[in-house]
Design a protein around this ligand. Structure first.
Ligand code: NAD
Ligand code: UDP
Length: 317
């Protein structure tokens, strides 16, 4: 599919962490934005600064129900879904429905508008991977009835739904597989490692490392992730394309970096590891480089410092 000019976009899940940064970036580049959200795990606070912007509209809608948007749309960015393990454990059916019904309704909207559809998928489609790093051609190792399955399988179904609309119905679609992303506007209690560790370190509380902390993740700063999403939306490569930062570290190392950057002397406490928690995760981003000309540019210390500053300013110590 050709490069697409984007004049007006719909962002489902636009009041969430990644979605609100995407709304900002779209507005910065002159794109008019319709943010669609039901505030299940997001907040109007994340887009409050856009409230008086005439190029920004906020629609309170549950995308698991059919929804429509008036006027022309060039791209539908489908991000609506609980995303942290804590959130999708609390909202298991809503997560399955967001991946299934929500994706279908987003595709149907794109079809009515002759718009491109971008699915925000996830590295979780690789499950607890047996190949490392993860290349897009790897099919993954997912427990279909495990404690993370409501999220993993919903996203795998969402990918199938998106690929099927492209292959059989001629839809213009792209799939990005986002890897762990962090930054300002994460919720302190969303249960993910970065906001948890930062909140704990700023408060001088012990840092809760799961298991022995030797499991790895590869953390991408939100500005980089959003740049990758934007590049994918313009390019229209069918995907899936991994968007993530290949700099891999153990969770124990992450706890150490956060503690040092926060100036905390509180100890590490080891807590039980959640079921089916992946051991290793690192994206191969060769395809993102060749197809989109994209690579992350923010290193961990810089991204963590920006995140810590925001948490300290917003939530205090
Ligand atoms: P988030 O919870 O902050 O944002 C999700 C948003 O979707 C929230 O504003 C929530 O209210 C909204 N939402 C949920 N269900 C909805 C529904 N039925 N109708 C309308 N809105 C609904 O999570 P996030 O971290 O910003 O993740 C955004 C997207 O990116 C998700 O699809 C997630 O799977 C994907 N993703 C995120 C990461 C990451 O590390 N943050 C990694 C991989 C994939
Ligand atoms: N984790 C941890 N302590 C916490 C929260 C998370 O050690 O307080 C671990 C978690 O078990 C996992 C890793 O950090 O091994 C990343 O977890 P997160 O929820 O941030 O992302 P995901 O598991 O979805 O990749």
């Amino acid at each position: 599919m050709p490069e697409r000019e984007i004049h007006r976009a719909v962002v489902t899940g636009g009041a969430g962490f990644v979605g609100s940064h995407l709304c900002d970036r779209l507005r910065d580049t002159g794109v008019r934005v319709v943010c669609v959200d039901n505030f299940l795990t997001g907040s109007v606070d994340n887009v409050a600064h856009l409230a008086d912007d005439p190029g920004f509209e906020l629609l309170e809608r549950d995308v698991t129900e059919p929804f429509d948007v008036a006027g022309p749309v060039d791209v539908v960015f489908h991000l609506a879904s609980p995303a942290s393990p804590h959130d999708y454990a609390r909202h298991p059916l809503a997560t399955l429905k967001a991946g299934a019904h929500g994706t279908l309704h987003g595709l149907e909207l794109a079809g009515r508008k002759d718009a491109r559809f971008l699915l925000a998928s996830t590295s979780e489609v690789y499950g607890d991977p047996l190949e490392h790093p993860q290349v897009e051609s790897y099919w993954g190792n997912v427990n279909p009835i495990g404690p993370r399955s409501q999220y993993d399988e919903a996203k795998r179904f969402a990918e199938a739904l998106t690929a099927t609309h492209r292959a059989h119905l001629g839809f213009d679609t792209t799939i990005v597989r986002l890897f762990n992303t962090y930054g300002p506007r994460m919720r302190p209690l969303d249960g993910r490692a970065v906001p948890t560790f930062v909140s704990q370190a700023l408060a001088g509380r012990p840092i809760t490392v799961a298991g022995d902390g030797q499991q790895t993740r590869s953390l991408c700063y939100v500005d980089d992730t959003v740049a990758g999403i934007m590049a994918a939306a313009r390019a229209g490569h069918p995907g899936p394309i991994n968007i993530g930062n290949p700099a891999e570290l153990t969770i124990l190392e992450l706890a150490g970096r956060v503690r040092e950057l926060c100036g905390s002397t509180a100890p590490t406490v080891f807590v039980p590891r959640p079921g089916d928690d992946p051991d290793l995760r690192r994206p191969d981003i060769t395809l993102a480089g060749s197809a989109l000309g994209w690579a992350p540019v923010v290193d961990l210390d810089k991204g963590l410092t920006a995140t810590i500053d925001w948490f300290a300013a917003t939530h205090g110590r």
